[in-house]
Design a protein around this ligand. Structure first.
Ligand code: ATP
Ligand code: MG
Length: 306
């Protein structure tokens, strides 16, 4: 019996259909400046933040100027990039709710070419305060539009909920990258997420596409991981990134040192996997825009920088 067969609330064919609809829209999107990618899955602990930090750092190291926006009140991305809690720091909250200019808020990170708009706990209040705002789903999009062309990529780390913050992120994005953990009930909540994406496409953001599905915390020693990965690939086909993120303790350790994996341990398997993912994202982007696929090698550059 396949893993997905054991997962009753999930209707594979329906999901595959929804996904196909979303994916077709990517054909029309070129590799223009400022591709905005939301990292979203309302299931907690699937590797959204780990992916946001390490994909963004790998893109920046590949000379793709990148901004990461921490949209999660847990602010794990902010901490993981070396910015511990500081009540005096301005965050996305000030931009969203008080309309403060981004230049007063964005920070340069230790990675050359990677900026951060940080988060803090006040963002919990932002979801509530936004409720009565006119066009409340478009607040982040307005901010992103002002700075979109300063960057090649803008990566949004979403909270583990389909709340107003995630909705704002999805409305502001060109595409969504969905990390899925290779474990039992991997697809729990994915149908709800794809359903939400379809609704957003019908109403708030007609060009929202799927950047790809990313298999995370893959453990090659377990049959379950292999089975989940095989099931996902068979159902979602080429829409699953070829790059796969292994379960790797160095990836789990890096945030407590405030460093992306490229700086913490460039030789780890975790680093290699995110370098691969960044290459894949850049290559897909260039394919869409009909360009060549050369880019600076993030692995080689990080090795010389580190
Ligand atoms: P949340 O939904 O709470 O925002 P998340 O989806 O952002 O969680 P992460 O914070 O990235 O998930 O990861 C959850 C935990 O798993 C963290 O402790 C992280 O360090 C660890 N982790 C993430 N990816 C890996 C990996 N590939 N190998 C080992 N540990 C990992
Ligand atoms: Mg997170």
């Amino acid at each position: 019996m396949s893993t997905i067969d054991r997962d009753p609330p999930f209707h594979v064919k329906q999901l595959a259909f929804l996904l196909c609809g979303l994916l077709h829209s990517t054909q029309h999107l070129g590799g223009s400046l400022g591709r905005v990618i939301a990292i979203a899955n309302q299931k907690g602990g699937v590797g959204k933040t780990t992916t946001a930090i390490n994909l963004a750092a790998s893109l920046a190291v590949a000379e793709q100027r990148t901004l990461i926006i921490d949209c999660d009140p847990q602010s794990n991305t902010t901490a993981g990039l070396g910015f511990p809690k500081d009540p005096s720091r301005r965050t996305l909250y000030q931009a969203l709710i008080l309309g403060e200019p981004v230049d007063k808020i964005r920070l340069q990170t230790q990675v050359e070419g990677l900026d951060l708009i940080p988060a803090d706990r006040n963002l919990v209040g932002a979801s509530v305060e936004l409720v009565n705002t006119e066009n409340r789903e478009f607040c982040l999009r307005k901010i992103v539009e002002l700075i979109k062309n300063d960057y090649k990529y803008i990566i949004l780390d979403c909270p583990p909920a389909l709340d107003l913050l995630t909705l704002n992120a999805l409305v502001a994005s060109d595409a969504v990258l969905v990390p899925i953990q290779c474990e039992y009930l991997a697809l729990e909540g994915v149908s709800e997420l794809l359903d939400t994406l379809m609704r957003i496409r019908r109403t708030l953001n007609p060009t929202l596409a799927i950047e790809g599905i990313l298999l995370t915390m893959y453990d090659e020693r377990t049959t379950l991981s292999k089975q989940v990965a095989a099931d996902l690939r068979s159902f979602f086909g080429a829409q699953v990134f070829a790059s796969i993120i292994p379960r790797n303790v160095r990836l789990a350790e890096a945030p407590s040192h405030g460093q992306p994996i490229l700086f913490y341990d460039i030789h780890s398997r975790g680093a290699g996997s995110y370098i691969q993912l960044a290459k894949e994202v850049i290559t897909n982007d260039k394919k869409r825009s009909g360009e060549g696929t050369e880019c600076a090698d993030p692995g080689a550059r990080a090795a010389t920088a580190g």
